[in-house]
Design a protein around this ligand. Sequence first.
Ligand SMILES: [Zn+2]
Ligand SMILES: [Zn+2]
Length: 172
Amino acid sequence: MTSPVPYTRAEIKGLGTQLPARGIFCPACGLYIPEFADITPEERTELKQASLFETIKTLRTRTGCRLTWAKIWAQHKDGPHPLVTPDTVPCRFCGVPLHPEAGQCLLCRMDWHDPQHLKQLGPSFTDQILSAAPGATICLPSHTSWILALHFAEMHGRQNELTIEFITRDTD
Ligand SMILES: [Zn+2]
Ligand SMILES: [Zn+2]
């Protein structure tokens, strides 16, 4: 695995409110974990031991990054969060990881709150992902459904054929 190109202070400044677009991808958060050119490997090791607050403070001073970027880094000191954990169960209809008590799936849009009367809540995004022509763009209505869509595309080997997006709202 090649390591991602670190961000320099000047580059970070130029990016304004944009989120990092390079780094290791966290499939659970749907975010890239940025690397910083101004942080030495020694500092990195030290930061791993520091509190969340200290880490964020140090990163902001040393790199000039925004709070959002420092938070993303600080929340991923041990690397990306796994999407499939012992606390998730696969959707019985499409297989994406869900909360064990979920009564519906945001991706295949099945609803099983009443197990006797299964409902389809709307067009299934899983069908779209499976049937879309290579090069197609699929839009998801929320961050959560987008993360599930990325995961589903990967499960079915379509992640490089399709562009999967969600409608963004500015958070900064
Ligand atoms: Zn994460
Ligand atoms: Zn599902």
